[in-house]
Design a protein around this ligand. Sequence first.
Ligand code: CP
Length: 323
Amino acid sequence: MKVFQHVQDIGDLSVALAEAQEVKRDRYQWQHLGKNKTALLIFFNNSLRTRLSTQKAAMNLGMNVIVLDVNQGAWKLETERGVVMDGDKSEHLLEAIPVMASYCDIIGVRSFARFESREDDYEEKILQQFIQYSGRPVFFMESATVHPLQAFADLITIEENKTNARPKVVMTWAPHPKALPQAVPNSFAEWMLAADVDFVITHPEGYELDPQFVQGARVEYDQMKAFEGADFIYAKNWSCPGVTRPEAYGKVLEDYHTMMDWCVSTRQMAVTNDAAFMHCLPVRRNMIVTDDVIESPRSLVIPEAANREISAQVVLKRMLQAL
Ligand code: CP
């Protein structure tokens, strides 16, 4: 595997899920693969889970790990060509990428949507430069549009906890005071549509996700109706994707105080099939989900986060095997 961005990059999902369970049975059995190999994890944005779980996965495989927080201690990087660099950015990504690549064998990058231009975000301008100029396998640790390590961990969690062959999985928008990217819902939709689940998305009008990720998904604007009979509830906020309202790309469409009915509570969970609750974390309690739902025995947020180590290890293992 040279690039890990989309669900297609992992190949057959049943094979990937079986491999995830093999990793869980003994995560240290491939230490020889990572001997004298280095993973460089580059963060343009904050992280808790991705940072720790990916480091742990690389160490499980016997790799050395270097973590770089670009905005804390490194030179500020210019990302656009043609810019007269007379501002606060001292180095260009086009020099920095090959230099960083010379110190490692595999690169992971986190670089969120900037919300300055939908076109730039959806073209993945930063990550594409790493793919083009590093000469190394590159995996996405949440980019402007996707978070595949999260979606793979989510699928592992659903597979481990489902009680019927084809569970109903509902992804619901929930309120948030800030404008958040669409990377998590995009990837979750992409992976659920490739998996054997009955997938439904519910959100207020105006939050329609990009068709490249949700083509074929059922959208139900009535949240209570969407929740009926659900086996898994996956909550997430996202800002306006700019599909039906291009002028509002990256914006919160309404004052969140008026949207609090969308916060996942026992009211909505009561119409489900005793659904499990999922969220990628970090989560704002009593905005996205109430205390009692996230603390209930049906909450999977902790095992879901633990599975981030497993999804990262499957991806790194495959990249090492292809070096
Ligand atoms: N879910 C997730 O990616 O968490 P972090 O932002 O803490 O890495």
